[in-house]
Design a protein around this ligand. Structure first.
Ligand SMILES: [Zn+2]
Ligand SMILES: [Zn+2]
Length: 298
């Protein structure tokens, strides 16, 4: 049986919420988070975001005092910054100690974990063998905007395909890793949920979100063994995009340019994920449709 993380698109009380979980702010001049928290939240609100976490290096930020002021879902968290880095989101404290300890504490406190920039500085900043052994994380950053002006690669779909190919149910996330104003809105998550903390969390756990650098998911259906999807650029008269359907080991199963993308499953795929590219290079990545019997959460 194949599972479709976008099954919940039928829920009419839910909507697409724009989210960034990786934001440095409020830590003072010449630091990663040089801009004031209030100014950064305000800028994200202005850019039409609905969900935001301020996630500083080893400093837990409680954003509840801003909750009244902004009609957004503000979630507390921090970036665990012993190498390799991880985002602990929706938890209650920043902890010191080994990765395993930090993940367990985060989960105990009701949070979730996203592994950061897997290809920062070099391929396998996050060693693949460690990812296989590690437990408790929800996903990895498949796109981290700030890495493209640092070093290494901000893209990590290679790591994602590796994990998925090993039967690890790991969701792909997009992050700004906001440090300076020019980092704002490079990539984001669109979460299908009600505008409430619990609902956002539920949709993240279920994988009911996609990653974008500029494309909007217009339709995603998985019916009678066929995935049909389309994406649009905002109010663009150009309707054609390139649709890639990708399976085990990152193999391209189908590539099509048109107003929509369609892929009929053979039935022996481990997973199929879609990747869309617009005429101007904006991207969209969906979570995979996957064979339930062959996947486990890490
Ligand atoms: Zn980092
Ligand atoms: Zn960071």
């Amino acid at each position: 049986m194949f599972a479709n993380p976008y099954e919940s698109l039928k829920h009419k009380n839910e909507e697409w919420l724009r989210a960034n979980f990786h934001t440095h702010a409020g830590t003072g001049p010449n630091t990663c988070g040089a801009n004031e928290i209030d100014d950064v939240i305000s800028a994200y609100k202005d850019a039409k975001y609905d969900v935001l976490t301020i996630s500083n290096h080893d400093i837990y930020t409680d954003v509840s005092e801003y909750q009244e002021k902004y009609d957004m879902i503000l979630i507390n968290g921090y970036e665990y910054s012993n190498h390799p880095h991880m985002l602990c989101i929706g938890n209650k404290t920043a902890v010191e100690g080994a990765h395993k300890f930090a993940v367990n504490e985060c989960l105990k406190e009701g949070g979730f974990v996203i592994l950061c920039h897997p290809n920062w500085q070099r391929k396998e900043y996050w060693p693949w063998k460690d990812l296989l052994a590690m437990k408790g994380y929800t996903g990895i950053e498949i796109f981290n905007g700030v890495i493209f002006r640092l070093n290494g690669s901000g893209l990590a779909t290679d790591t994602w395909d590796f994990l998925l190919s090993q039967g690890k149910l790991v969701w792909g996330f997009g992050s700004d890793d906001f440090h300076r104003w020019h980092d704002l809105a490079r990539s984001w998550n669109m979460i299908y949920a009600e505008k409430k903390h619990e609902s956002v969390r539920k949709s993240i756990d279920a994988g009911s979100f996609y990653v974008s650098t500029g494309l909007i998911l217009h339709e995603f259906a998985f019916k009678n063994g066929t995935i049909r999807m389309s994406a649009t650029s905002k109010d663009n008269y150009v309707k054609e995009n390139k649709y890639l359907f990708i399976g085990k080991d990152g193999k391209i199963l189908k590539e099509v340019t048109g107003e929509f993308g369609e892929y009929k499953l053979e039935g022996n795929e481990l997973y199929v994920r879609a990747q869309v590219i617009s005429e101007h290079g904006a991207m969209l990545w969906t979570q995979p449709v996957y064979d339930e019997s062959k996947f486990k959460r890490p």
